[in-house]
Design a protein around this ligand. Structure first.
Ligand code: HEM
Length: 627
C-alpha cells in the first residue's frame, strides 16, 4: 500500500466523528435528517477492539446485525435500536444504502495507489506506523521461532518457493496450478506438503490421493474452505468448524431444490428464457450485416443464468427484473472478489484489510436490499412463492437470510453463470458439436410438437422436468467436457478428525489438524485419462476415455463425500438456455461488429482459483433460424 493510501485509510477510519460526519454528509446531501445514536455503539464496540472497523461501516445497521461480515465477540448482544439511524422510511433506507456505496467507492479509491497524500497526513500517522511496524516485527520473530512441527509421516515439506513468515502462500495464491503441479512432479509419491503462514497443507495427487481426499469422513469440507480459500463467505471459523451452519445450509438448500419445487418453478424459468430470447431478437442489427445481431455473452447469457438461479434460491422481486437482478449479482460478485490472502495467513490482521471493510459495506448493502423487500411484503401483505418466503415463513432471522443468500451465491451463482456461458461460447466455435446439439434439440422439438403452429419456445415449454433431465444427453456430455476444459481451481479440506489420515498405502498421512488440497487439473488435464487434454472433445467419453470405471476421474461436480448439491438445478438452467438459444437462432463466434471470427477465444488462465467470466468480452452473432 502506498504512503498515500495508508494516510487516507486513517482519513476514512480514523475517528468515529470523522466517519459519522462522512455518513452525515452523504445523507444530508440527499435531504434526509439522520438521527445517529452514537454513544451506545461506541461503548459497545470499543470494548472489542475493532473500533475502526465499525466506524468504516457505521453507515448501515446491517453491519451490526450481519455477522457474516462483521461480528462482535461470542455471546455479545448488539443493541440494534441504539446503533443505527432513527427512522425507518424507505427514503432513509435508500439514503443509507447510497451512503454505504458512496463510502465503499471512496474506500476503493483511497486504497488505490493513485491516491494523493500530504506530508502533514503522513506526519500525523507516524506513531501508528511505528507501532504497527514494531508489532509486525515482534510477530515475525515469534512466528519464525514457533514454526509448526511437521509430522514425520506427512508428505515431504516442499520448500522451493518458501518465504519467511508467509510460507509458500505467495506461490500458492498467485500461481496456484503451476506451483502445485510442479510440487507433484518433484515428489516421489506425487504428494507433498507446504506452509501457508503457519498452516500445514498437504497437496494430494494420484488415485490414492484422490480416494483419500474425496472419501475420508475425517476431512472437513467447510473448515478447509473457510481457512484456506480467500473469498469464502464465512468470516468466523467457528461457523464452519463448530457451528451448525454447514448442516443448516445444506439441509435448507436441499429442501429448496426438491423435485416438486423445481417442477413448480419450471414454467417461470421457461418464461425468463423466452423473454431473454425475445430481447436478443429485438436488438439492432450489427454493423457488418443487417441479418446478424450481436451480443456480448458474458454480459447477457451470464445474466440470464444468474437470474434463473435467483428464481430458485433468491427473491422474486430481484429475479423478475433483469436490471435489478444484474445489480444484485454485481454486489455478490464484488463480495466474492473482495478477499484477502493477508487475512488467511494472519487471521488477526483480517479486520485491518480493505477487503474486510469492503465486505462489511457490501453485506450492509445486501441487508438493506432484502430488508426493503421484506418490509414491503409485510406492508402490502404480499406473499411470493420463492426461497425468501420459505425462509421468512420459518421465522428465519434477517442475518441468517443474508448469510444464506451469500453462501448460495458462493456455491452456485457464479459457477453456473460462468460454466453455462463458456459452454455456449465453445459450441458456437465448434461446428461439429454445435450441429450435434442442434440435432438433439430439433429432435426433441419435433417429437413433442403437437400442432404445426407451435414455436420452438411453445414446444420446449411443454417438456416436463423428467424430459429435460433425460432427453438431452449430447448437451449433457458437452457441458461435462466444457466444465473439464474451462474450470480450473482447487478444493480444500481440514483434518478435524483428531487422527492422522493415511493416504492410501503410500505410508504418508494427512496429519490431524492439517489441511488437504486437490487441484482438479491434476486429473482433468492428465493425458493418461484425457488424451490431448486441452481439446474440447465430448466424444472421448464414448471412446472410454475419462477414466471410465475408475472413481474420482471427473470431479467437476465434486465427488465422494461432497458431491454438488445443485448439479440438477445447474444442468436444468443451462439445458434450458442452450436448447432455446440454439433451437431458435443460428449462432456463431464474431467480433463486436458482427464479423465472423474463426479462432476460438483463449480459455481461462489455468492459475485462476475457479471458473470465471472471460476477462475480455466475447461476442456471438446470431439470427433467427428459418424453420
Ligand atoms: C455449473 C455449476 C456448478 C458447478 C460446476 C458446481 C461444482 C461443485 C463442486 C466441484 C463441488 C464440490 C467441491 C469440493 O469437492 O470441495 C460442489 C459442491 C457444492 N455445490 Fe455445486 N456446482 C455448481 C452449481 C451449484 C448450484 C446451482 C448449487 C445450489 C443451488 C450448488 C451447491 C453446492 C453445494 C451446497 C456444495 C457443497 C456440498 C457439500 O457440502 O457436501 N452448486 N459444487
Amino acid at each position: 500500500m502506498s504512503r498515500g493510501s495508508t494516510t487516507s485509510l486513517r482519513g476514512l477510519c480514523g475517528t468515529e466523528t470523522q466517519l459519522v460526519k462522512q455518513v452525515h454528509s452523504c445523507l444530508l446531501r440527499r435531504g434526509d435528517r439522520p438521527g445517529l445514536c452514537r454513544g451506545s455503539a461506541k461503548r459497545h464496540w470499543h470494548g472489542h477492539g475493532t473500533k475502526w472497523a465499525l466506524k468504516a461501516s457505521a453507515l448501515c445497521r446491517a453491519a451490526a446485525r450481519y455477522p457474516a461480515c462483521y461480528r462482535p465477540a461470542a455471546g455479545t448482544q448488539i443493541p440494534v435500536n441504539n446503533l443505527w439511524l432513527a427512522g425507518n422510511s424507505h427514503n432513509m433506507v435508500s439514503s443509507v444504502e447510497s451512503a454505504g456505496l458512496h463510502l465503499l467507492h471512496k474506500a476503493q479509491n483511497l486504497f488505490s495507489p493513485s491516491s494523493s497524500s500530504t506530508s502533514t497526513d503522513v506526519e500525523s500517522i507516524r506513531p501508528i506506523l511505528t507501532s504497527l511496524a514494531a508489532i509486525i516485527i515482534a510477530y515475525g520473530i515469534w512466528a519464525v521461532l514457533s514454526r509448526p512441527r511437521i509430522h514425520k509421516n506427512s508428505p515431504k515439506l516442499w520448500r522451493a518457493y518458501e518465504w519467511p513468515l508467509l510460507g509458500s502462500a505467495p506461490s500458492f495464491y498467485n500461481r496456484r496450478r503451476d506451483y502445485v503441479m510442479q510440487g507433484h512432479k518433484e515428489s516421489k509419491t506425487g504428494n507433498f506438503s507446504f506452509l501457508v503462514g503457519k498452516k500445514h497443507v498437504v497437496a494430494v495427487a494420484g488415485p490414492a490421493g484422490r480416494k483419500t481426499f474425496y472419501e475420508s469422513r475425517g476431512l472437513n469440507f467447510s473448515a478447509g474452505f473457510v481457512e484456506l480459500l480467500a473469498g469464502m463467505p464465512f468470516t468466523q471459523e467457528a461457523d464452519a468448524t463448530e457451528g451448525d451452519w454447514p448442516k443448516y445450509f445444506n439441509k435448507t438448500l436441499v429442501t429448496m431444490l426438491r423435485t416438486e419445487m423445481l417442477v413448480k418453478k419450471l414454467p417461470v424459468l421457461c418464461n425468463d428464457v423466452r423473454a431473454f430470447c425475445d430481447r436478443l431478437a429485438s436488438e439492432s442489427p450489427s454493423k457488418s450485416s443487417p441479418e446478424w445481431l450481436v451480443t456480448d455473452v458474458f454480459d447477457t447469457v451470464y445474466s440470464l443464468l444468474t437470474q434463473l438461479l435467483s428464481r430458485i434460491v433468491g427473491a422474486t422481486e430481484i429475479a423478475k427484473d433483469i436490471e435489478t437482478s444484474n445489480k444484485v449479482v454485481r454486489i455478490f460478485e464484488r463480495f466474492e472478489k473482495s478477499n484477502s490472502t493477508t487475512g488467511i495467513i494472519f487471521p488477526w490482521l483480517r479486520v485491518f484489510t480493505p477487503a474486510y471493510v469492503t465486505r462489511m459495506v457490501l453485506g450492509a448493502v445486501l441487508y438493506l436490499k432484502f430488508d426493503r423487500i421484506i418490509k414491503d411484503r409485510k406492508r402490502t401483505g404480499r406473499r411470493e412463492d420463492d426461497a425468501l418466503q420459505y425462509l421468512l415463513d420459518l421465522g428465519t432471522p434477517m442475518e441468517t437470510i443474508i448469510k444464506f443468500q451469500i453462501s448460495a451465491v458462493w456455491a452456485a451463482l457464479l459457477t453456473t453463470g460462468a460454466n453455462g456461458t463458456w459452454l455456449l461460447v465453445i459450441l458456437a466455435s465448434n461446428p461439429e458439436w454445435k450441429a450435434k446439439c442442434r440435432e438433439e434439440i430439433d429432435g426433441a422439438v419435433a417429437r413433442h410438437r403437437t400442432s404445426p403452429g407451435q414455436s420452438v419456445h411453445d414446444v420446449l415449454e411443454s417438456l416436463t422436468l423428467e424430459q429435460w433431465e433425460t432427453e438431452f444427453p449430447v448437451v449433457d456430455v458437452c457441458l461435462k467436457e466444457a466444465m473439464r476444459v474451462a474450470m480450473p481451481g482447487a478444493v480444500f479440506r481440514k483434518n478435524t478428525s483428531g487422527f492422522d489420515i493415511p493416504i492410501g498405502d503410500t505410508g504418508e498421512v494427512i496429519p490431524a489438524g492439517s489441511f488437504a488440497t486437490y487441484i482438479q487439473d491434476e486429473v482433468h488435464m492428465d493425458d493418461k485419462y484425457y488424451p490431448d487434454p486441452t481439446r474440447f472433445d465430448p466424444g472421448r467419453y464414448e471412446r472410454n476415455e475419462g477414466g471410465k470405471g475408475e472413481p474420482h476421474t471427473f470431479v467437476g461436480w465434486g465427488s465422494g463425500m461432497h458431491p454438488c448439491l445443485g448439479s440438477k438445478l445447474a444442468k436444468l438452467e443451462i439445458f434450458l438456455m442452450v436448447a432455446c438459444v440454439l433451437g431458435r437462432f443460428d449462432v456463431e463466434l464474431s467480433d463486436k461488429d458482427g464479423n465472423a471470427v474463426k479462432e476460438p477465444p483463449s480459455m481461462l488462465d489455468r492459475n485462476e482459483h475457479t471458473v470465471a467470466k472471460s476477462k475480455t468480452p466475447i461476442y456471438l452473432r446470431y439470427k433467427e433460424r428459418k424453420l
